[in-house]
Design a protein around this ligand. Structure first.
Ligand code: PLP
Length: 411
């Protein structure tokens, strides 16, 4: 295990995040909503600023100097992403708007090409809505069935059901690496291998994984993986779809327009090669370059050190939260990352969140876009604290103090 960041290092790193220094309602901000979106370091903000001030220009189309500088930076960003997730080829990295966009792309294109009546798609019961709804939509369109891997009361997938669920009708398995509501880290390498034994490709939702741990798409041998830039210290509006070339080549384009074509006549269009086939129109150039700056920032700290630091902080938080009377942790899987979901007695999570907010503590409340998870537990939602490497033990202490004060009012 790597060494954790020292408190001095965290203090210095926090200076990179100007937003964290502010006060909310007169209290120092305690930002514990990192699973929703992370804050952005100066290195990312300055990269965006420099792009717009010095070389803003459209990519792939211009012979002029600025366009070439922008194109080089955009393609260099693709390479940075490919290296970060250990993709074999840069062209297997597609810039999207985010995780949701990437899943919609695969569901739509894979569905069009591969699904027919009687087929099925498998997901898990702990998916974010973005990994449920696009599959429901395409299954409905194609007359296919959506099947679900359940989880137990700890929030761990019931893998003894996997073999029977992955029957001959299954065309694709789509699941999350890390649950955004339960914190469970799923044993995806094992699941991918089991699916591959039956020639079933796998899409991995990496939205809550890539910022917390080293993810190698080649080591996992995953067929598709998606994630969002804004959850890994990058800008909003940019995300990644990784796909094995053999799969991306088989899929039809998602959208038509500029850049995704080789030739167009009024009768027929010849589509461009990868990755451009899936990048119709002017992409989020600044977003892509900003995302690369974020990944370089993470690399400079070291993802293993981030993982170790966050794991220690999660342990500290779990221990402290469990001491609060009437606090119930929702999701108790052995392998966890990123978030702690809980309920404070009979208080509605929204009320708990609101009282924390008034003390400058930002958490998320509600179903976290995982309504099926809440239905399974029979609860309206949870309060969720989610962590980044820049969070401190003092902030956990503030959360605990805030909850104790909230409990006095609510319970
Ligand atoms: N999947 C998971 C596991 C998530 O946590 C989220 C966002 O919270 C998403 C998908 C959707 O991400 P985005 O809204 O950036 O597309």
């Amino acid at each position: 295990m790597s060494t954790i960041l020292t408190s001095l290092e965290i203090k210095e790193l926090r200076r990179d995040f100007p937003l964290l220094a502010q006060k909310v309602y007169g209290h120092p901000l305690v930002y514990l909503d990192n699973a929703a979106t992370t804050q952005k370091p100066n290195q990312v903000l300055e990269t965006l600023d420099t792009y717009y001030k010095q070389y803003n220009s459209n990519v792939h189309r211009g012979v002029h100097h600025l366009s070439q500088v922008a194109t080089d930076a955009y393609e260099a960003a693709r390479k940075t992403v490919a290296d970060y997730i250990d993709a074999g080829e840069d062209k297997e990295v597609i810039f999207t708007k985010g995780t949701t966009d990437g899943i919609n792309l695969v569901a739509s294109c894979f569905g069009k090409a591969m699904l027919k009546p009687g087929d099925s798609v498998v997901i898990t019961a702990m998916e974010h809505h973005s990994n449920i709804v696009p599959w429901q939509m395409i299954c409905e369109e194609k007359g296919a069935t959506l099947k679900v891997i359940p989880f137990n009361t700890y929030g761990e997938l019931e893998l003894d059901k996997l073999d029977s669920l992955l029957d001959d009708s299954v065309r694709i398995l789509a699941l999350t690496y890390v649950s955004n509501s339960l914190a469970t880290i799923n044993p995806v390498k094992k699941i991918i291998a089991a699916a591959h034994e039956k020639n079933i490709p796998v899409l991995l939702d990496g939205a809550q994984a890539v910022q917390h741990m080293n993810v190698s798409v080649r080591e996992l041998d995953v067929d598709f993986m998606v994630f969002s830039g804004h959850k890994i210290y990058g800008p909003t509006g940019i995300g990644i779809l990784y796909g094995k070339q053999q799969w991306l080549d088989k899929l039809p384009p998602y959208q038509g327009g500029g850049d995704m074509i080789k030739t167009v006549t009024l009768e027929k269009t010849v589509y461009n090669e990868l990755p451009f086939k899936f990048e119709a129109g002017t992409p989020d150039i600044a977003g892509a370059i900003g995302l690369a700056a974020a990944l370089k920032y993470v690399n400079a700290i070291g993802i293993e050190r981030i993982q170790a630091t966050e794991a220690a902080l999660m342990d500290y938080a779990m221990e402290a939260l469990q001491k609060i009377p009437n606090l119930r942790i929702v999701g108790q899987a052995k392998q966890r990352a990123g978030v702690i979901s809980f309920l404070l007695g009979t208080a509605h999570p929204f009320d708990t969140g609101e009282l924390l907010d008034k003390q400058g503590i930002a958490v998320r409340t509600g179903h976290h876009c995982c309504q099926p998870v809440m239905d399974i537990f029979g609860i309206p939602g949870t309060t969720r604290a989610s962590f980044a490497f820049y969070n401190t033990e003092a902030e956990i202490d503030a959360l605990v103090g805030g909850l104790e004060r909230a409990a006095k009012i609510l319970l």
